[in-house]
Design a binder for this molecule. Structure first.
Ligand SMILES: NC(=O)c1ccc[n+]([C@@H]2O[C@H](COP(=O)([O-])OP(=O)(O)OC[C@H]3O[C@@H](n4cnc5c(N)ncnc54)[C@H](OP(=O)(O)O)[C@@H]3O)[C@@H](O)[C@H]2O)c1
Length: 381
């Protein structure tokens, strides 16, 4: 089952599934608004269920589907997960909207291929115990976390985990790696969407430009690999070829390398623990003249510090940071705020909204709503 099938990860997932031949049947597909593409995908992959969040767009798909059950509305993806039977869920919805459906899939014991990092940022405290309770396996799709996950796969995995000193997440540095504070402050939407190495959806592309994407990934790594804040570092690596490192207590370092193409980590998550012939272009080592690394600049990119604050604070602080960021990015894309206003708005929301212990999904969703309302209110004023 694939949630977010019409997006960048979703479309690449279907390419991977195509490449894997008869290994996978697509049971269900979910999207937000793009009913036309969803309909085409459902017919092409013979899906028995489809879910569309934006009911107003349903006209483009209703009547086009022969024998496919259509779920509609804000809760359609979760409804589909509960109604259909599948072994694997690819969670590739953008934002916290993907959370309820992913939690439903965990409850059903489905294997989760997780691209939707916002799920762990907002609700890592719920996800981990739920996975243990239902015996669910989660394989990360994010290229950095896939790299760490792959570096930790050895015959004595559990033993090896105890010898991890730290992990180092690589970051391309985004389009403003060399920009001054002034240039960053006034960056336009077109400049911020012009990512140097990765081709991704608009929200994560803006997150890469503010380095909020790396901040979200620090929190994602904290929950995925049970690491403390001081065990997670970031390094800028503009070529995006080394996808991350694991450093062990003996100072030996393992890294995973590959082309900057999400089809590779998507396929690894689908075929895990096996490997199959890939469909991304292989690395051309002869044309790769150098691999550069430099420390991140916390002054120009203060978002990274917010991630460590969330790990230290816990509770609903991750849900607040994530939702405030989603609302601020949306406002920037709608040209209602400056690029330089995104991260300060997130920090303000985190200062203003008191974190609470995460007891259930409702506490997370309440914090999410409060953060979005706070950002909207600040922008309106
Ligand atoms: N793109 C990458 O290379 C990459 C890499 C690592 C991690 N990720 C993560 O993967 C996730 C998806 O990123 P993306 O770049 O693929 O985003 P994207 O291109 O913007 O696609 C987002 C997908 O989510 C769907 N969607 C939005 N709201 C929905 C809802 N309420 N219910 C069901 N579906 C909904 C969209 O549907 P419509 O388009 O039909 O509205 C679309 O299919 C994000 O969490 C991102 O951080 C992405």
């Amino acid at each position: 089952m694939l949630l977010g099938s019409t997006g960048s990860i979703g479309v690449n997932t279907l390419r991977v599934v195509d490449n894997l031949g008869n290994d996978f049947d697509v049971v269900g597909l979910a999207a937000g608004r793009n009913a036309q593409l969803l309909g085409e995908q459902a017919r092409r992959f013979n899906a028995s269920h489809v879910a569309l969040a934006a009911e107003a767009h349903a006209g483009a798909i209703r009547g086009e589907l022969n024998g496919t059950r259509l779920h509609l509305g804000a809760d359609a993806a979760r409804e589909m997960v509960e109604a259909a039977d599948a072994d694997v869920l690819v969670a590739a919805v953008v934002g916290a909207a993907g959370l309820p459906a992913t939690l439903a899939a965990i409850r059903k014991g489905m294997m989760i291929a997780l691209a939707n990092k916002e799920t762990l940022v907002a609700a890592g405290e719920l996800v981990n115990p739920l996975m243990r309770q239902h015996g669910t396996t989660l394989v990360p799709v994010d290229s950095e976390h896939s790299a760490i996950f792959q570096c930790l796969q050895t015959a004595n995995g559990a033993e090896q985990r105890k010898t991890v000193k730290r992990i180092v997440l690589t970051a391309s540095g985004g389009p403003f790696r060399k920009a001054t504070r002034k240039q960053i402050e006034r960056a336009t939407v077109a400049e911020a969407l012009n990512h140097p190495t990765w081709d991704m959806g608009p929200k994560i592309t803006i997150d890469s430009a503010t380095m909020m994407n790396k901040a979200l990934e620090i929190i994602e790594a904290h929950w995925l690999f049970d690491l403390a804040a001081d065990e997670i570092d970031v390094i800028i690596h503009p070529q995006s070829v080394v996808h991350s490192f694991v450093e062990f207590t003996d100072h030996s370092v393992l890294a995973q390398l590959g082309p900057p193409d999400m089809k590779t980590p998507i396929q690894y998550a689908l075929t895990y623990p096996d490997r199959s012939p890939g469909c991304s272009d292989p690395m051309d080592w002869a044309t790769l003249s150098s691999l550069e690394f430099e420390p991140p600049d916390h002054e120009r990119f203060p978002s990274l510090g917010l991630a460590y604050r969330v790990i230290e604070t816990g509770g609903t602080s991750g849900a607040v940071m994530n939702a405030a960021n989603e609302a601020a990015v949306e406002a920037f894309l709608g040209e209602r705020i400056r690029f330089g206003g995104i991260v300060p708005l997130v920090a303000e929301a985190m200062d203003a909204i008191k974190p609470r212990p995460v007891t259930d999904l409702d506490t997370v969703l309440e914090a999410d709503r409060a953060a979005r309302a706070f950002v909207r209110d600040r922008i309106d004023r």
